[in-house]
Design a protein. Sequence first.
Length: 114
Amino acid sequence: MTTQPPDQPEQQAGDQLSDEEEARAARLANRFDIRRLIGGVFLIYSVVLLILGIFGSSHVKNKADGININLWAGIGMLLFAAFMIGWALLRPVEPEPPETRGRGSGRIRRAPAT
């Protein structure tokens, strides 16, 4: 019989993940991180708008009061895509440290009042 300190909840054997499994789960979470997905979608749309802004007809390019709106929107979307992808790469999801694994935040969450 093992004894646990009173401040730590008792964990079942099936609840604990090894360090290798925890790192694998973090890699999978990084692969499908919402920041990467949003950045990828904005990257695709920005490339389409940039191509239309550069190679489109002059009538369509100057339709918005002489401003090439496709080009400017494509540049803005490209900057936003770079921000989202950069953020996801610079601040990836990391596994929990072993000493805090399985504890949660310790706060009680209540359902919203109806």
